[in-house]
Write a new protein. Structure first.
Length: 229
């Protein structure tokens, strides 16, 4: 992995967690604030074995482990990593994902390897193809499958979340996004930070608080809980 945050109070809802960061991503979101992970620019590798051993020694300090990135599901041995982390520490695991690997996500859930999943909803399905690194025609379907998987299971807690980047949250996008998250337990909206982006010419505008509140009201009509983070 490409980074380790020993202790976090915000990455796992309601838990004190240790966070594993993974490099590489199959999306190129203009607004991404983890560009160094997405592009893997000479990031130093960190051994999971060493980190898991350290967590185990101070297990009383932790209530969970978070795997984030980048995109953790791209890591070939991610299932083995999670199994080892669970076996060695007994701690619940949260996975942050973009939802482009529904088969792997389903395996992780069905085998009881993850306890909470946070899936990013980047934009409307119409605009998703702008984000993909490759032109695989199945990728939009992968997003839909992962969304449906999370909404139609009761084994793990989950949330959908969106960084509200104005060009991807235009009026024409809202109905498609609402259709994606409809019926979900939790949907979180988070403000876009124009000061740290993947590309230099990303949009510099941000939605004002009143607009975010309007979006919260809009999505609250289709999900059980919609909040602004």
């Amino acid at each position: 992995m490409q980074g380790w945050l020993k202790t976090s109070f915000i990455d796992y809802p309601g838990k004190i967690a240790s966070v594993f960061f993974y490099g590489g991503c199959n999306l190129r979101c203009e607004f991404c604030h983890n560009g160094e992970l997405v592009l893997q620019n000479s990031l130093e590798e960190t051994s999971e074995d060493v980190v898991i051993a350290q967590i185990k020694k101070k297990q009383h300090l932790y209530e969970g482990i978070v795997l984030t990135g980048g995109e953790p599901t791209l890591v070939p041995h991610i299932i083995a990593i999670i199994k080892k982390a669970k076996e060695e520490t007994g701690l619940p695991i949260k996975l942050d994902t973009n939802g482009t690997a529904p088969e792997k996500l389903e395996k992780l859930i069905s085998e009881g390897l993850v306890d909470y999943v946070a899936m990013d909803i980047k934009t409307s399905l119409t605009k998703y193809p702008k984000l993909f690194v490759t032109s695989n025609t199945n990728q939009v379907d992968y997003i839909k499958r992962s969304v449906a998987l999370l909404k139609n299971q009761d084994k793990v807690g989950y949330e959908f979340r969106s960084t509200v980047y104005p060009p991807y949250f235009e009026e024409s996008d809202l109905q498609e996004i609402a259709d994606l998250v409809k019926g979900a337990e939790h949907y979180f909206l988070q403000q876009y930070n124009p000061r740290k982006t993947l590309i230099e010419n990303a949009c510099k505008d941000v939605f004002q608080a009143v607009k975010l509140s309007e979006l919260q009201e809009y999505f609250s009509k289709v999900v059980k809980h919609c909040e602004i983070r």
